[in-house]
Design a protein around this ligand. Structure first.
Ligand SMILES: Nc1ncnc2c1ncn2[C@@H]1O[C@H](COP(=O)(O)OP(=O)(O)OP(=O)(O)O)[C@@H](O)[C@H]1O
Ligand SMILES: Cc1cn([C@H]2C[C@H](O)[C@@H](COP(=O)(O)O)O2)c(=O)[nH]c1=O
Length: 209
């Protein structure tokens, strides 16, 4: 089955949420049937799992428990929201997907990309994104953006040491090397309008097909 499923990835504060909303508005104006959603979350059960994973008081959570909870939230969100939308011909924009697990749990937590890929292969049953846009940013800049945003909750992963966030970025670099056809990089340190332009340029060819 052919479908248009775009995921948006990157470290904290890279600008994914901002651009996903801009893109959803732009595509709606172009009369494209589009939904924007996020992980972990996007539907009630997955939002409940998100609260457990990200609550700052849950700092004793084991790394494998964390990985399994992300995969469980992903599975429920996929079957309840993403797959039905794709089957109805909608374009799906997803703020984070499997590559977050590969970079954060696989690399930054040190569980291994292949191990995390294995549990997620079980969870997603082949529903991979058509295209993944990776927002590249120095984590120090991304975290500074978040601190300046009063509306943004501070979650358990934001509170990790800077070395953790640097490993996340390195993890995404490894994924770019491993999946060069699917994952494309944009420079997220640029002004918002330029980042949006770069993202549009990556997406347009798929919409024209
Ligand atoms: N290119 C940009 N230049 C400057 N500020 C930006 C840019 N993109 C986003 N911001 C601002 O940075 C903050 C974080 O943006 P946003 O929530 O979109 O990032 P995110 O990647 O979704 O973060 P997270 O994954 O940590 O939730 C917001 O206050 C947003 O307005
Ligand atoms: C899907 C997914 C997410 N994470 C991390 C990445 C962020 O630190 C939080 C989500 O917060 P956001 O404000 O919605 O970006 O969760 C992860 O570690 N693994 C995952 O699979």
């Amino acid at each position: 089955m052919s479908y248009l499923f775009f995921s948006f990835e990157g470290p904290e504060g890279a600008g994914k949420t901002t651009i996903v909303h801009m893109l959803a508005n732009y595509l709606t104006e172009q009369h494209v049937d589009v939904i924007a959603t996020r992980e972990p979350g996007g539907i009630d059960i997955a939002e409940q799992i998100r609260s457990v994973i990200l609550h700052p008081s849950n700092e004793r959570m084991d790394a494998r428990t964390e990985a399994l909870l992300y995969a469980a939230a992903r599975r429920q969100h996929l079957v309840e929201k993403v797959i039905p939308a794709l089957k109805n011909g909608k374009v799906v924009l997803c703020d984070r997907f499997i590559d977050s697990s590969l970079a954060y749990q696989g690399v930054a937590r040190g569980l291994g990309i292949d191990e995390i890929l294995a549990i997620n292969t079980f969870a997603i049953e082949g529903w991979m994104p058509t295209l993944t846009i990776y927002f590249d940013i120095d984590p120090t800049l991304g975290l500074a953006r978040i601190r300046e945003n009063d509306l943004r909750e501070v979650n358990r992963l934001d509170l990790e040491e800077i070395a953790f966030h640097e490993r996340v970025r390195n993890g995404y670099m490894m994924l770019l090397d491993r999946f060069p056809k699917r994952i494309k990089k944009v420079d997220a340190a640029q002004p918002i309008a330029k980042v949006f332009e770069d993202v549009q340029a990556l997406i347009e060819p798929f919409l024209r097909k």
